[in-house]
Design a protein around this ligand. Structure first.
Ligand code: HEC
Ligand code: HEC
Length: 230
C-alpha cells in the first residue's frame, strides 16, 4: 500500500463507509446526468471547493482534485469516488469543532445528489481535467463555466435553458451596470413571471475580471444592429 498522506486517510475511511452503505441505497449511476451535475456542483459546491473541470476555486473546503488524485493513485475507481461524495454530502464530517466552518449537510439530495456525485467521480483528480472549451472568447467561457445556459437561452452560446428569461430577448437595451447587477444580486429585482431561483453567489464564484468579460460578451452577443452606448 502506498504511503498515505493525512489528507487521504480520512477519505479512505469515508470510502469504507460508502462501500458498506452503497449496496443498500443502490448505485443508480446509470440514470445520473453528469452534465446536470456539473451545473449543480458549480452552484452548490464551487464556492467552497476548487475543482479544475468545474472551473471553481473555493478554498473553504479541500481542493477536490488534490483529495481524489490521491485516492485514484491508491486505486479507488469512479464508483468509490461517487460513494465518498454521496456519503460526505449526506453526512459531512465536521472539519473541526466549529460548525461555522464545516460543510452543511444535504446541500443536494435525490437525483441532484446522484448527478453531482457522478460528475465529481468523472473528473475530480483526473490529470489534465479542464472545463470544456467553448468558442466565443473569455466571456463565453465564463458563461459556460458557470452553467448560465442551463437556465437561460442565449443564441450565441447555443443554450436553450427556460428557467430564466431568454437573454436574447431581455438584454438588448440594458446597460452593463444593469446586467452586472442582475448577475451578482439576482434577488434585488425579480424578472416578472419568473421564480426567484437564480443562484445568489455568483459574486463569490466569478472574479471581477471574469464578470466584466461576461457582461461584455452578453452585450456584444445580444446587441442587434451593433454598437450601442453603455
Ligand atoms: C460552506 C462550504 C462548503 C460547501 C458549500 C461544500 N463543501 Fe464540501 N467540504 C467543506 C469542508 C470544510 C470540508 C472538509 C471536511 C473535513 O475536514 O473533513 C469538505 C469536504 C468535502 C469532501 C471530502 C474531501 C476530503 O478531502 O475528504 C467532499 C467529497 C466534498 N466536501 C464534496 C462537496 C460537494 C459535492 C459539495 C456540493 C454539493 C460540497 N462539498 C459543498 C466545505 C463545503
Ligand atoms: C438556476 C437557474 C439560473 C442560473 C444557473 C442562472 N440564472 Fe439568471 N436568472 C434565472 C431566473 C429564474 C431569472 C429571473 C428571476 C430574477 O430576475 O432573478 C434570472 C435572471 C437573470 C438576468 C436578468 C434578466 C432580465 O430580465 O433582465 C440576467 C442578466 C441573468 N439571469 C444572467 C445570468 C447569468 C449570466 C448566469 C450565469 C452566470 C445566470 N443568469 C445563471 C435563473 C438562473
Amino acid at each position: 500500500m502506498p504511503k498515505l498522506t493525512t489528507a487521504i486517510r480520512p477519505l479512505l475511511a469515508l470510502a469504507a463507509v460508502a462501500a458498506v452503505a452503497l449496496p443498500a441505497s443502490g448505485c443508480g449511476t446509470s440514470d445520473a446526468d453528469p452534465e446536470r451535475g456539473r451545473a449543480l456542483f458549480v452552484q452548490k459546491c464551487g464556492a467552497c471547493h476548487t475543482m479544475a473541470q468545474a472551473g471553481t476555486s473555493g478554498t473553504q473546503g479541500p481542493d477536490l482534485d488534490d483529495a481524489f488524485a490521491a485516492a485514484r493513485v491508491a486505486g479507488e475507481n469512479d464508483s468509490t469516488v461517487e460513494g465518498v461524495v454521496e456519503a460526505q454530502v449526506e453526512f459531512p464530517r465536521p472539519s473541526n469543532d466549529n460548525p461555522a466552518v464545516s460543510m452543511p449537510a444535504d446541500l443536494v439530495s435525490g437525483q441532484d445528489l446522484q448527478d453531482v456525485a457522478a460528475y465529481v467521480a468523472l473528473y475530480a483528480g483526473v490529470p489534465g481535467a479542464a472545463p470544456p472549451k467553448v468558442p466565443g472568447g473569455a466571456g463565453a467561457q465564463v458563461f459556460a463555466n458557470n452553467g448560465c445556459g442551463g437556465c437561460h437561452t442565449l443564441a450565441a452560446a447555443g443554450s436553450g435553458g427556460v428557467t430564466g428569461p431568454d437573454l436574447d430577448e431581455v438584454l438588448p437595451g440594458q446597460s452593463a451596470a444593469m446586467i452586472d447587477e442582475s448577475i451578482v444580486d439576482p434577488g434585488k429585482v425579480i424578472a416578472k413571471g419568473y421564480p426567484n431561483v437564480m443562484p445568489d453567489n455568483f459574486s463569490t464564484l466569478i472574479s471581477p475580471k471574469e464578470l466584466e468579460e461576461l457582461v461584455e460578451y452578453l452585450i456584444a452577443s445580444t446587441a442587434k444592429g451593433g454598437g450601442k452606448g453603455g
